[in-house]
Design a protein around this ligand. Structure first.
Ligand SMILES: Cc1cc2nc3c(=O)[nH]c(=O)nc-3n(C[C@H](O)[C@H](O)[C@H](O)COP(=O)(O)OP(=O)(O)OC[C@H]3O[C@@H](n4cnc5c(N)ncnc54)[C@H](O)[C@@H]3O)c2cc1C
Length: 457
């Protein structure tokens, strides 16, 4: 039995930085990782997908050569082995940097293996028992698979196996028209695959406003992605060497055949084989660990951070969880989960940058609000770049003048949204941002323009 001041289970996006903070404060820290350092984000999530999106964007731009006044002298073809090699290189840089920083951590020791609780303060890893007064769970999540008849009879792909493909699918079938399905769907269409995305709901990315869903659907369709909405995947089978997706739908063919199948229907937490019952840690019905505003579980001395607590599903939220815990434990700074403003991006091309409430949420809240919107066609930087899809819209509280939320769907929308986000964190009235002089020509220079022309919602 080895005793530590702190044990961190999982070296994903919250664990490594928290380990550095705790060890830096003089605590003796054990870090347990069963797979690859950096977790989902670095190995099978953000880093590989955004690297692949960059390849797909380059391919797309090359095909649009005529729009920009050049010719490639023939068809643009994609070598998926080289695309994957580039992705592997980029992933390797992050993954190895995290591994190096943890294995060389003063006061830290890395254990490689699967950790399970034996009791509230004891964790077993590969037959060894580690004990600590403080245990931090950062186990992340994995792809959830829907109960579709026949799914297990085919070699389907998830985000993990998808980022390791080094061949071009002839026809990629995607189940799920949300963030992960759309990013993969568009990139593979651009690499040259035929792509069909089946979404059981009436629109894509149902959490977003209807105008956002419609605009995303329009540019994906223009790229040649076949979108099947109101089409629930009810069966999967293998026939004549092809994968057959059976759909419950009122319009379109009830079967689509493809060469590869990606299941992108959500995530589930890695909490099912963690011995949480032996530690007495409470979970909700979906397996997420329940935490309070400081990420504490119901068991004193045990915290849960990142995707496994269900309070965020992003790298920046996981990282922020670690910051909140470190601030409370080490700095006497009472940072809170509830101080966090929802923000994220969808990395289609163009991307969607989101902050705060959607328009639908503001309408449902019943408050008096102001609204402003501009089409990317009217944004000079966008038409200079030849990328005019999308729009930017901002919602403001009519009483407090604070910004309630924004959706920026358009070129650089993932960057420009931070002007809004920072103003929201400052709790400044929108007029501060409206009067700021932004650099020309940028997408962000139109935010003051939008705010100067607000109308009642
Ligand atoms: C395809 C895809 C694209 C994404 N793109 C983005 C994006 O662009 N931006 C963004 O912000 N987010 C994105 N995400 C989400 C992001 O990857 C996650 O929110 C983030 O990785 C969560 O970090 P985490 O630390 O909670 O968990 P993880 O990163 O999943 O890390 C958990 C770690 O715990 C380890 N582990 C699990 N159980 C045990 C155990 N019992 N013992 C020992 N180790 C264990 C795992 O091996 C893993 O290394 C994407 C996700 C996917 C799937």
């Amino acid at each position: 039995m080895t005793n530590y001041d702190a044990i961190i289970i999982g070296a994903g996006q919250a664990g490594p930085s928290l380990a550095r903070r705790l060890a830096g404060s003089g605590m003796k820290v054990a870090i347990v990782e069963r797979d690859r350092f950096g977790g989902t984000c670095v190995n099978t999530g953000c880093t590989p997908t955004k690297t692949l999106v960059a390849s797909a964007y380059a391919v797309h731009t090359a095909r649009r050569g005529a729009d920009f006044g050049f010719s490639t002298g023939g068809d643009v073809t994609v070598d998926m082995k080289r695309v994957k090699a580039r992705k592997d290189h980029v992933v390797g840089l992050s993954n190895q940097a995290i591994e190096r920083s943890l294995t060389s951590l003063e006061n830290g020791r890395v254990y490689r293996g699967h950790a399970r609780f034996v009791s509230p303060h004891e964790v077993e890893v590969s037959g060894e028992i580690l004990t600590a007064e403080r245990i931090f769970i950062n186990v992340g999540g994995r792809a959830a698979t829907p109960p579709v008849s026949g799914l297990d009879s085919v070699a389907y792909l998830t985000n993990s196996s998808m980022v390791d493909l080094d061949v071009l699918p002839r026809h990629l079938l995607v189940v799920g028209g949300s963030y992960i399905g759309l990013e993969f769907g568009q990139m593979y269409r651009r690499f040259g695959s035929q792509v069909t995305i089946a979404e059981m709901g009436p629109r894509l990315i149902a959490r977003e406003d209807e105008d956002v869903s419609a605009a995303v659907a329009a540019f994906l369709a223009r790229d040649g992605v076949d979108l099947r909405l109101n089409a629930k995947c009810i069966s999967i089978s293998q026939r004549d060497g092809e994968i057959v997706m059976g759909l419950d739908c009122e319009q379109g063919a009830p079967e689509v055949r493809g060469s590869h199948l990606l299941v992108a229907t959500g995530r589930r937490p890695n909490t099912d084989d963690l011995g949480l019952d032996r530690a007495g840690v409470r979970q909700d019905k979906r397996g997420y660990i329940e935490v309070d505003d400081e990420l504490r579980t119901n068991v004193p001395g045990i915290w849960a951070l990142g995707d496994c607590n269900g309070r965020g599903a992003f790298t920046h939220t996981a990282y922020n969880d670690g910051e909140i815990v470190a601030a409370n434990l080490l700095d006497g700074d009472r940072r809170r989960l509830s101080d966090r403003i929802p923000a994220y991006a969808l990395y289609t091309d163009p991307p969607l940058g989101r902050a705060g409430m959607t328009e639908a949420e503001v309408r449902r809240s019943g408050r008096r609000a102001l609204f402003g919107r501009i089409a990317m066609e009217d944004v000079s930087r966008a038409f200079e770049k030849g990328e005019t899809d999308g729009f930017m819209k901002v919602l403001v509280d009519a009483e407090s003048k604070e910004i309630l939320g924004a959706s920026f769907l358009g070129t650089s929308g993932d960057e420009a949204i931070h002007c809004v986000l920072d103003t929201m964190y400052a709790r400044a009235p929108y007029t501060v941002l409206q009067r700021a002089v932004h650099i020309h020509p940028t997408v962000a220079e139109f935010i003051p323009t939008i705010l100067g022309d607000l109308a009642p919602l």
